[in-house]
Design a protein around this ligand. Sequence first.
Ligand code: NAX
Ligand code: ADP
Length: 282
Amino acid sequence: MMQEIEQLPKAAQQLRRKADTHKGMFGSVAVLGGAGGMTGAALLAARTALLLGAGKVWVGLLDARISVDFQYPELMLCKAEQIFSPLQATHLLAGMGMGTSAQALQILGHCLASELPLLLDADALNLIAAHPQLQQQLRQRPSPTLLTPHPSEAARLLGTSTAAVQQDRPAAAHALAERYQCHIALKGHGTLVMSTDGQLSRNCSGNAALSSAGQGDTLAGIIMSLCAQGLELASAARVGVFLHGQAADHWLSTHPAGLGLSASETIYLARNALNHSLAQTE
Ligand SMILES: NC(=O)C1=CN([C@@H]2O[C@H](COP(=O)(O)OP(=O)(O)OC[C@H]3O[C@@H](n4cnc5c(N)ncnc54)[C@H](O)[C@@H]3O)[C@@H](O)[C@H]2O)[C@@H](O)CC1
Ligand SMILES: Nc1ncnc2c1ncn2[C@@H]1O[C@H](COP(=O)(O)OP(=O)(O)O)[C@@H](O)[C@H]1O
């Protein structure tokens, strides 16, 4: 049976903060990605993780020419390999703008070998689709893993066409969860979240304003930020897809035709939506 996500899932209430806290209680997220020409994808995910409340955020870039994000100097930038020596993060997300080079393959291998909760997107998914040994490593991970494919990435992972995925999205989500033994968020209008316990949910928020580059990177950042702050990974996916869509729905109140929403602006809208929702239910 499919559950509809029509409002912020109750699990979000766990994000409310007590008075006596410190940053160590809200997780340390490491983002792996950003090869030459696509460092923006990794920075978008990292900025989102920070602005949605994660305690600390590292960015391990494959293109190591950039050493600081001047707009968000709170982010800790380093070479991708340095994330693992020593591993200080509590949560990993990988793939945004990572490319499919030998270096990307090696970094993804480190991520899969770690025992941390892991979100894989974009090129991490393309690499998995192309390398059976990574598929085996993925299936054997003892800790929670979420794959967030858009329909074309899902098609590569299933060895089918994008049209076939879109023709029966619940079947595709189910097949991905079965094949890779992971939680799945199959993106696109009405994003489906399929968890390894067999629960299938369809997100009802969001609109065509999200059809622009980088919006998947912000979704990945939202989900891992929520997970780092204590939500179980599948719950973080359900809360995250709703918040991401809600951000775009709020954009329509000032931009009714839904044009021109940048991924960077989605971050602020999602942050507002989350803060207001938690304050309203106090
Ligand atoms: N600022 C940046 O550096 C950015 C870098 N990006 C990176 O660019 C690389 C390539 O990723 P792309 O996703 O662009 O390329 P892909 O070739 O994986 O997928 C793009 C194609 O997928 C199909 N598709 C996507 N959503 C669909 C839907 N809902 N229904 C039907 N078809 C759909 C469309 O044919 C679309 O042209 C990745 O590493 C990605 O992370 C992107 O994240 C965009 C932003
Ligand atoms: N028409 C739409 N309705 C609802 N959500 C959408 C729509 N178009 C795009 N999205 C959402 O925007 C995000 C796009 O992600 P993705 O395709 O990975 O982009 P990118 O790789 O550029 O970051 C997904 O979360 C998707 O569900």
